[in-house]
Structures are given as C-alpha cells and as structure tokens.
Ligand binder design. Structure first.
Ligand code: COA
Length: 431
C-alpha cells in the first residue's frame, strides 16, 4: 500500500521546545512570538542547520496576537535567519502545531520544499482583551472626531456595561460549552469514575517527574531566557508536581460541575505558556546534509464530530484512519503519545478505541483494541507537563520520536483532540 510521501519521504530530523510554564508565572513577559523564536533559534543552533537551507516556517497558534497575526513570519524575521524564509500560520485549535507539521510535511511530500520548520506557540498569559461593541464604536468615533467637543461627545453614548472587557473563552462558539464541561459530559457518558481520573493524573505527574529527573524531558527543552530582561532562565516545566499524591488529588473539588462533577484542577491540563518546533526535511535532503533523521512520517489523519456530542472524542475517529493509511495496526505501535486535555478525555478516548460502535463510526469493521498502558505517554503528558494550546503537537511528536529512538522501537502513534470536535492522529516510523 502506498504510504505518505512515497518517493519523497518526509522525515523528522529533530524537535525542541521551550520549558512549559503555568500561565501567569515565569514566562508571562514573553509573547507567543518570543516563545516561538526561543525554540526555533535553539533548534537551528542544536541541529547546526545552515539558515540558508531553511525554506519555510509554518507555525500554529490558537489565540493569535491581533497586532501580529502571522506568528510564523514574525519568527522567520528574527535576526539569525535570511529574510527570504517564507512563512505562514495555521489554526486548528489544540492541534495547531500538528496542522503546521502536516502542512509542512505535505509541502515536502509534494516537492514544494525540502527543509521546513513547523511548530506552534501560545502565551495564555498574554491573551488579547477586547472592548464591548459600544465602547469600540465610541473609540472609533473619537478617533474620527475633528474637535474636542466631538471627541467627548463620542463617549456620551457609552454605558457602564460597554466598559466590560471581553476575553477569549475556552468555550465552543457553537454550543457555549466549555472544555471542562465537555470533559465532565464525556466522563458521565463513558462511565469514567473520579478515582480513575485521579490515578491517571497521578501517573502523568510521576512519569513526567521521572522524565525530568533523568534528563529525557529536559533534553527536549531549550533553556528559556525570559525576554526582555533575560535575567531569569527556565530549564524545566514548572507544572510537574513530583510530590503530588492520590490523596491530594482526590481531595480537590470539582471545578466545572461543582455538585456532581469529577473534573478537577488536578486531573485537567493547566493553562500554560510555551512553544515547540520540529525540523522536517525530505529524506533525500536530510541524508545529503548529513543528518541522521529520527523518524519518517508514515501517515496522518484528521477527523471531526458534532461539538455538542463528545467534544474531545474525535481522536477515536482519526487514529484508525491514520493506522489504516500507514498499513499498520495498534498492536504494531511501540509507543503511543496521546494529548491529555483532561484525564476524563484520555480515558474516554481509550474506551473508544475498544468500542465496536466507534470503530464503525470511523468506517472500520473492528475496534483498534486496548492500548498497552506501558506504551502510553511514557514521560507523562499535558496534565503534568502543561498544554500551551498551539505548541503541544510539536512537544508530542518530539517526545514520540526521541523515545522511539531510545527504546529502539519501530512505530509510534500520536493523537490530539481539539476544540470544534476535531481530532488528529499521526503514525511515525523510526529510521
Ligand atoms: C482546571 C482549571 C480551571 C484550574 O485552574 P486553577 O484553579 O487556576 O488551577 P490551580 O493550579 O490554581 O489549582 C487549583 C488548586 O488545585 C491544586 N492542585 C492542582 N493540581 C494539583 C495536583 N496535581 N496535586 C495537588 N494539588 C493540585 C492547586 O495547588 C490549587 O490549590 P490552592 O487553591 O490551594 O492553591 C484550569 O487549569 C483550566 O481551565 N484547565 C483546563 C484548560 C482547558 O480547557 N484546556 C483545553 C484542553 S484542550
């Protein structure tokens, strides 16, 4: 069966990210552009890439800067790069870095490029705050006014409610449901008890703490000097709680359904700042430049379902398609990296992998089967490490490729759920 990029195989040469920090903490002074530049510049340094070889940057972000919406181009314009690196930005909610990666891979597979950096960044510490329509209209009218009385008159129609700031909500525009409420709903539909969610969150922290202690996770992190003062450096993720216990997690109050809920701050991914990027090349160019690529992209898929149904369940529809396109089965996978928006979502996705009903919805005759937990998120996941929306896909792909190499595994699967009822899956093979 022909697989992705047959004839022009696309390889992952390397990946790198900033440390991930809880929003409002150490990375707060940095914009998403700063975070993107921090990881891309260090990725270029560490891979010794001649900047003249770089043809394009594709970057994802979920809440872009209104003043500089094409984050990819702003990154490409950093001083170390020639001005001729073309660049564009993408958005696919929490799968935005994945979209950037698959866009870049498509360009390479089609012969449009040979060397592309793809990734994403997010600063949830720096979200744009908007004005209500009434106040925005007054500001525009005052801007057009030709005299002071006209200018003052423009504000005369402003009412107190117009002064209310509007911040982006982590809620579905189509249903109004927040991500957390969706996770609650999924926990109920799929019968995911609170203790199972807390055990999964504990596992995420323990594995991430181990990966940090032994250097596997920190090897994927560019020490991040916090601009603009560069007085602070962060070298590891600050949301990982090595001391957390099941009892502490179990004691937390539910956040999104305070009466009957099971989803807490402990079993959810935290709001996070960070950036991540991967260097992709055609296999032939990578070899010609003397690189030893980590993995080849075998296949990928996107899927969608009704956001009013089970918002974060679409990886269950994407994974079978990606595996089928790769000509492989779940059993062939040595490692699986699944984005952890919420423990309830991961556990719902895993239940979905085993369900005949979901298999049929994905167009398959049989379920994927049970995921071997010893191969799943072996260095923890977004619950512990954090989840800068636009960047997570790059982190997951980097970890998957590096860990496949360490374990001398062959195949890896990654999945990401995203707002809008979207899901993504990718299959890679170590080479
Ligand atoms: C769940 C959420 C609302 C919690 O936000 P928050 O209240 O600011 O979270 P905090 O980190 O302050 O944690 C709240 C409390 O739980 C405690 N806590 C959190 N995780 C813990 C853990 N693993 N172990 C022990 N205690 C923990 C904190 O210490 C804090 O306690 P305190 O109030 O005594 O200080 C926020 O993280 C969120 O919105 N997450 C979901 C993001 C989302 O929707 N992402 C999209 C997914 S695709």
């Amino acid at each position: 069966m022909p697989t992705f990029g047959d004839g022009r195989r696309v390889v992952v040469v390397a990946g790198l990210r900033t440390a991930f920090a809880k929003a409002g903490t150490v990375l707060k002074p940095m914009s998403a552009i700063d975070l993107g530049r921090a990881c891309v510049s260090e990725l270029i340094e560490r891979t010794n890439l001649d900047p003249a070889q770089l043809e394009a940057i594709v970057f994802g972000t979920v809440i872009p800067s209104i003043l500089a919406p094409n984050i990819a181009r702003e990154i490409a314009l950093m001083p170390m790069l020639p001005k001729g690196v073309q660049a564009y930005s993408v958005s696919r909610a929490c799968a935005s870095a994945n979209q950037a990666i698959t866009d870049a891979a498509d360009q390479i597979a089609l012969g449009q490029a040979d060397v592309v950096i793809a990734g994403g960044a997010e600063s949830l510490s720096n979200i744009p705050i908007l004005h209500a329509r009434g106040f925005a209209d007054a500001l525009m009218a005052a801007n057009r006014a030709k005299s002071l009385p006209q200018r003052l008159g423009a504000f005369s129609r402003v009412r107190p409610k117009d002064l209310r700031p509007i911040a982006p909500a982590i809620a579905e525009p189509s249903t109004g449901e927040t991500m957390g409420e969706s996770a609650e709903k999924m926990a109920k539909i799929n019968h995911i008890p609170r203790d199972e969610q807390d055990q999964f969150a504990l596992r995420s922290h323990r594995l991430a703490a181990a990966g940090t202690a032994d250097g596997r996770l920190t090897a994927e992190i560019a020490p991040t000097y916090v601009s603009p003062r560069y007085e602070t450096v962060i070298t590891s993720d600050n949301g990982i709680r090595e001391q957390t216990s099941y009892d502490q997690l179990a004691a937390l109050k539910p956040v999104f359904d305070r009466t009957y809920g099971t989803v807490t701050a402990g079993n959810s991914s935290p709001l996070t700042d960070g950036g991540g990027a991967v260097l992709l090349m055609s296999e032939s160019r990578a070899r010609a430049l003397g690189y030893a690529p980590l993995a080849v992209i075998r296949a990928y898929a996107y899927a969608a379902l009704d956001p009013g149904e089970q918002l974060l369940q679409a990886p269950v529809l994407a994974a079978p398609v990606a595996l089928k396109r790769a000509g492989l089965t779940l059993k062939d996978m040595d490692l699986i990296e699944m984005h952890e928006a919420f423990a309830a979502q991961v556990l719902s996705n895993l239940r979905g992998f085993e369900s005949q009903q979901w298999a049929e919805r994905a167009g398959m005759s049989a379920p994927l089967g049970e995921v071997d937990r010893t191969r799943l998120n072996v260095m923890g996941g977004s619950i512990a490490i954090g989840h800068p929306f636009g960047a997570t896909g790059a982190r997951i792909l980097t970890t998957l490729c590096n860990e496949l190499a360490r374990r001398r595994g062959q195949f890896g699967l990654l999945t990401v759920c995203a707002a809008g009822g979207l899901g993504h899956a990718m299959v890679v093979e170590r080479i």
